[in-house]
Design a protein around this ligand. Structure first.
Ligand code: ZN
Length: 276
């Protein structure tokens, strides 16, 4: 078991090997001071990992230890809570373009350097969320080189970029590059107005006994064509909270959907679903 949060295992299923890499680096006390996270559609994974590293480095239970002695962050101390809520006063320091600007400015780099020159009881992470050359261009990059090269102790730079090639060589060569796989794209059910309307009716049917309500409702939804009906069942599954109480209902919806896809007559397909 490593030192990064346990829930990351599930979150980073696609990028699990990077999580393992960091756990190994922590256990061998081999952290370097600059990492470049590259990958096109993987912002959430990068961010989840970033937050977890920040918590591990700053949890009160790890203060004053070597990274090889780090424990998983407790999740409840001030540092852990602040970082989780993105309210920590000292970490991360974010170097990003200002609103409306196309690039990071040299003056922002200088401001960061001034902040870094002051001592801090915290392990400071510097996040550059768009390290691609269009945003983190030559001048700000050059201004920052020395800070990366001769970083203060207990300071770590983490840069996000689309690809290794979109980062200036001068910057890239001073970092360790980690390649993120794309996160799986969730296809959210597209909901037509009609499906939404039927769902609202479903929720509103309270003044009938359950059997009658069920019959009325089945009659209502059978007016939809098959494709729409399948979408509606998907939508319903999405809307229903997964609890032990609802498992049977969700299973019956999934079964009805499979029947519909297998060209079973819609009324027969829905016969085992109790919409109440
Ligand atoms: Zn903690």
């Amino acid at each position: 078991m490593g030192v990064l949060s346990l829930d990351l295992e599930a979150k980073l299923s696609q990028n699990y090997q990077i999580l393992e890499f960091f756990n190994l680096v922590f256990s061998k006390d081999k952290l370097v001071n600059a990492y470049l996270f590259v990958g096109e559609n993987s912002y959430q994974d990068k961010m989840d990992l970033f937050v977890s590293i920040n918590k591990t480095l700053n949890c009160v239970h790890n203060q004053g230890h070597l990274s090889s002695e780090f424990k998983q962050p407790c999740g409840i101390c001030d540092s852990c809570t602040w970082i989780q809520n993105n309210e920590h006063p000292k970490t991360p320091l974010v170097l990003e373009r200002e609103e409306g600007a196309k690039t990071v400015k040299v003056s922002q780099v200088h401001k960061l350097q001034e902040e870094l020159s002051q001592s801090s009881p915290y392990y400071r992470l510097i996040l550059i969320p768009e390290a691609d050359f269009e945003v983190f261009s030559k001048h700000p990059a050059n201004a920052l080189l020395k800070s990366i090269e001769e970083a203060y102790p207990r300071t770590m730079f983490i840069l996000f970029a689309r690809a290794k090639e979109t980062v200036l060589t001068t910057i890239r060569s001073r970092t360790q590059v980690l390649y993120f796989q794309d996160e799986p794209q969730v296809d959210s059910v597209e909901v037509s107005d009609k499906i939404f309307e039927v769902y609202e009716k479903y929720k509103a049917h309270n003044d009938f006994s359950s059997q009658i309500k069920n019959k009325l409702f089945v009659d209502e939804i059978l007016k939809m064509d098959k494709a729409e009906l399948i979408k509606f069942l998907d939508y319903l599954v999405e809307q229903i909270e997964l609890s032990a109480h609802n498992v049977k209902f969700i299973e019956s919806l999934e079964r009805a959907k499979r029947y519909l896809e297998a060209y079973v007559n819609p009324r027969a397909a829905l016969s085992s679903v109790a919409f109440y």
